[in-house]
Design a protein around this ligand. Structure first.
Ligand SMILES: CC(C)(COP(=O)(O)OP(=O)(O)OC[C@H]1O[C@@H](n2cnc3c(N)ncnc32)[C@H](O)[C@@H]1OP(=O)(O)O)[C@@H](O)C(=O)NCCC(=O)NCCS
Length: 157
């Protein structure tokens, strides 16, 4: 039997999503929140992509990616899925869309930081082919350490 198609879709986030993005941000993270002002900037910026996973009931998840001029490395700054929607492949779909968007922008690699104590996110990234390549001690506002992960988006060395 074929797997059921997802009952949600992924699209670019819009200004109308702002309140839901902020609510999800606050529910999913205890520190290092993006502010409404920062979200507003990123929604309009050419050096950022904000993706939204939505269903008929509203926002299920979001991913924020940054690009730097002259660099072929995209950075996944943030990804979160609402508790009610976890375990349904929403993060996996968001990451597939993030990778496609980064490839469209000629990025060869996608990098991210993750708290060393965030087992769910580490499992997600490793399952999707990200490789650990370093760490950032005290990276988060509360002093927690981060692992650094990277995924190659092209076959080129
Ligand atoms: C981490 C997070 C984004 C995962 O979202 P999700 O939509 O539930 O993840 P998915 O359903 O797409 O899971 C994809 C894979 O990730 C792994 N995974 C996800 N949640 C997991 C968990 N709680 N424990 C272990 N593995 C997990 C699994 O390998 C899973 O694949 P499988 O279901 O085929 O085994 C979500 O738990 C979340 O928003 N957490 C709070 C915010 C956060 O920590 N963000 C990451 C910051 S770096």
């Amino acid at each position: 039997m074929l797997p059921a198609p997802p009952d949600f879709s992924i699209r670019s986030a819009m200004v109308d999503d702002l309140d839901a993005l902020i609510a999800l941000e606050r529910a999913a993270f205890t520190t290092d929140h993006l502010s409404p002002r920062q979200y507003r900037q990123h929604l309009h910026s050419t050096s950022a992509t904000v993706l939204a996973a939505v269903d008929a009931g509203g926002l299920l998840g979001k991913a924020v990616v940054f690009y730097r001029a002259g660099s072929d490395i995209a950075r996944l700054y943030s990804i979160a899925v609402a508790e009610r929607a976890r375990g349904r492949g929403v993060a996996k779909s968001l990451l597939a869309a993030v990778e496609a968007t980064a490839r469209d922008r000629a990025c060869a690699r996608l990098r991210l930081e993750v708290r060393k104590d965030n087992a769910a996110a580490i499992a997600l990234y490793e399952r999707l082919g990200f490789q650990r390549f370093g760490e950032k001690p005290g990276f988060y506002e509360d002093g927690a350490d981060a692992w650094r992960y990277e995924k190659r988006l092209t076959d080129k060395a």
